[in-house]
Design a protein around this ligand. Structure first.
Ligand code: GTP
Ligand code: MG
Length: 283
């Protein structure tokens, strides 16, 4: 699949981040719990450097619970403390206080020694559509930052101030200019982090079906009332879905485009179930 995607504002954002970093105390890196590695931005690593950082696996309500637990363990083994949250309901967010306390312990001690009592400035960053504005709104308890179910909603940085001494900086999504691998690009595309308009949705749907038939065959069969999926190719399953749903163009010709769009939308709406798109190595 051919993916070339680097809108101008991405370059601008990288510069913007580097500048804002100078004045923030802690960086909250948001990743998608369904693809915690593929939605991690290697550039953020470079830009953030030694700033205290916390890792948040967002949209945990959409991911496979067992897999999320395995991911948290995986990061723990690498010395990275992470939490899983749902930024819409707020589930899991109660743990963020302890996470920040730990990350900011040194800064607090320094401040106390100097006799200063400054507010904590936290930058929230991550790839487009991962839920940065949503988590900020949930923590703030108000809709201060604009959100939306498509990538690229936040166009410039914005500070949201809280009463209890926290200031949060909402950033536009930052995605790397070159995708690490086709697998990474595909996983991101499945979730809608890459605009569908630049992709072949039928091809994308077939790739998703290839994954689901191996990792979540029961959920797939149940949703689309299919009898067998394991030994079929993605496009054959897509055809079966079109058959079951009556997506026909003419006599004997299937509306694959419609089938593909329905599949992707239903996946993104969690109608197929809670699905994780990559597992930690060794699981
Ligand atoms: N189910 C679920 N949906 C979420 C969660 N967090 C955010 N969303 C949804 O994900 C979409 C993107 O959320 P935003 O907060 O706008 O994401 P963003 O990272 O600010 O996106 P950009 O500003 O475009 O980079 C919206 O439709 C949110 O409602 C979550 O924890 N669970
Ligand atoms: Mg946003």
């Amino acid at each position: 699949m051919n993916l070339q995607w680097f809108p101008g504002h991405m370059a601008k954002t990288r510069k913007l981040m580097a500048q804002s970093l100078k004045i923030v105390d802690v960086v909250a890196e948001l990743v998608d719990a369904r693809l915690p590695l593929s939605s991690r931005n290697p550039e953020i690593d470079k830009i953030v450097g030694n700033k205290p950082r916390v890792l948040i696996l967002n949209k945990a309500d959409m991911a496979d619970e067992k897999a999320t637990k395995a991911w948290i363990e995986y990061f723990k083994k690498q010395g990275i403390k992470s939490i899983a949250v749902n930024s819409i309901s707020g589930k899991g967010l109660e743990k963020i206080g302890a996470l920040l306390d730990e990350a900011l312990a040194e800064k607090r001690e320094r401040d106390i020694n100097r006799g200063i009592n400054r507010s904590v400035k936290m930058m929230v960053c991550g790839i487009p559509n991962v839920g940065k504005s949503s988590i900020i709104n949930k923590i703030a308890g108000r809709a201060g930052a604009k959100t939306g179910d498509r990538p690229g909603v936040t166009k410039s940085q914005q500070w949201i101030r809280l009463k209890d001494g926290i200031e949060m900086l909402d950033m536009p999504g930052v995605l790397w200019p070159k995708f690490d691998s086709e697998q990474v690009a595909l996983r991101l595309a499945f979730t809608g982090a890459i605009k569908d308009e630049i992709m072949d949705v039928e091809e994308l749907a077939c790739y998703l079906l290839d994954y689901l038939k191996t990792e979540y065959p029961m959920a797939l069969m149940e949703r689309y009332k299919l009898e067998i999926v394991e030994d079929k190719m993605g496009y054959e399953i897509l055809e079966d879905i079109c058959k079951k749903r009556g997506f026909l163009l003419g006599k004997g010709e299937f509306d694959y485009f419609r089938g593909a769009n329905i599949l992707l939308n239903e996946f993104r709406d969690c109608k197929i179930g809670r699905i994780t798109l990559e597992m930690p190595k060794g699981e």
